[in-house]
Design a protein around this ligand. Structure first.
Ligand code: GLU
Length: 374
């Protein structure tokens, strides 16, 4: 197994093993593994549960299953404790990202999350993501951090997702009922039989159990992300990972999924506007694999918002040469067209992105005459 950019989801059972405050018991080995990954040049994003468990002892509650507002208050106080607990095991800075499903569905906020992650990783900072429990009402909620981690893997364009909990992986039978149950090392296709095998392995602290882990794996592998369910309470798991071995259950990523994203961008996504480029930008895009900078844009047309797809034209030609997802809405892009990236703040008061369209969010069209293509 190989990975370069990985999302690691850490369950509450590891952050707060006795469901009362945070502990370093398992976090220490996980943090050490993350540090070793970083030293090997890999990029790591953490999705950490545990805020509710960490805050439990600080908010009065009469029942073993407190009300939603009580849990939200626990999460608010526990999040600070959890972040402090993570930071004490790292020399590099940690950062906190609290997001909801609503944020991931909104194109503008999705782009903001993507950009933030990109910049944090480029600066060697560890992003630590959790659901924004205070505002996560039912329709905004992802609900469980397994599925949230899969969405974070998508938005960050990770190649791998490691879901760590206190179980070894998916077993053919429930290992609590049959101690000889066999661990399944590789799952090439997720279907109902896999969900059935996963059974109900909930423990009293975790939100999701095995079902949400499989759901998360399904989302991730469909998008070309290799996914592993691993036991984060065992030190030897991390040794094996560092040696390229699979110590748990591996869900194999679907082949061609990355190409499928470009295919989707090219064939499915409707463009809501267009930009015309000068010769330098056309050359940079078609010959050098560069991102599109505002400085190379000479005209902006259409009504689009940040996160919309737009067509990219060579000013002299009638056919689009590329398509991509704009970092800016049409008004802001028109204001900064022809401007060097350093001058964006002077015009807009801020600089959400130095590029107008990032290379990862762009496809150069194959039928474009006179241009080399991808
Ligand atoms: N956001 C919740 C917490 O941090 C956890 C959700 C989950 O474990 O799936 O406590």
């Amino acid at each position: 197994m190989k990975f370069n950019r990985v999302v690691i989801k850490v369950g509450s059972a590891l952050v707060s093993p006795d469901a009362q405050g945070c502990s370093g018991k398992y976090i220490l080995a996980i943090a050490r593994f993350i540090t070793q990954c970083q030293q090997a040049g890999k990029e790591v994003i953490l999705v950490s549960s545990g805020s509710v468990a960490a805050g439990r002892g600080l908010i009065a509650h009469g029942s073993p299953n407190p009300s939603i507002p009580t849990k939200q208050a626990m999460a608010a106080v526990g999040q600070m404790k959890m972040m402090a607990n993570w930071q004490r095991f790292f020399d590099v800075p940690c950062s906190q990202l609290l997001i909801t499903h609503g944020d991931l569905k909104d194109r503008q906020r999705y782009i903001s999350i993507k950009n933030t992650l990109r910049i944090l990783l480029a600066n060697g900072v560890i992003p630590i993501v959790n659901e924004n429990d205070t505002v996560a009402t039912d329709e905004l909620k992802v609900g469980d951090n397994d599925n949230l981690a899969a969405l974070v893997a998508l938005v960050s364009e990770a190649d791998s997702l490691f879901i760590l909990s206190d179980v070894d992986g998916v077993f053919e039978e429930d290992p609590r009922l049959n101690p000889h149950a066999k661990l399944i090392p590789t799952i090439a296709k997720i279907d109902q039989s896999i969900y059935a095998m996963a059974g109900a392995t909930n423990n009293h602290i975790a939100t999701g159990g095995m079902k949400t882990k499989i759901q998360a794996a399904e989302k991730a592998v469909e998008n070309g992300i290799e996914t592993y369910i691993l036991n984060g309470s065992r030190g030897e798991v991390f040794e094996k990972l560092l040696h390229g071995e699979n110590p748990g259950t591996h869900f194999v990523a679907q082949q061609g999924a990355v190409r499928a994203r470009k295919h989707w961008l090219k064939h499915t996504l409707k463009s809501n506007g267009k930009v015309l480029l000068d010769a330098g930008a056309v050359n940079a895009l078609t010959k050098k694999g560069a991102s599109l900078l505002p400085s190379g844009i000479i005209e902006v047309h259409g009504d689009f918002t940040a996160g919309d797809c737009i067509d990219i034209y060579d000013g002299k030609h009638e056919q689009p040469i590329a398509k991509g997802i704009s970092q800016y809405n049409c008004r802001d892009l028109a204001r900064i067209q022809g401007t060097k990236s350093d001058g964006i703040t002077a015009l807009l008061g801020c600089c959400p992105s130095k590029v107008a369209i990032h290379r990862d969010d762009m496809v150069v069209l194959a039928n474009t005459k006179n241009y080399s293509t991808e």
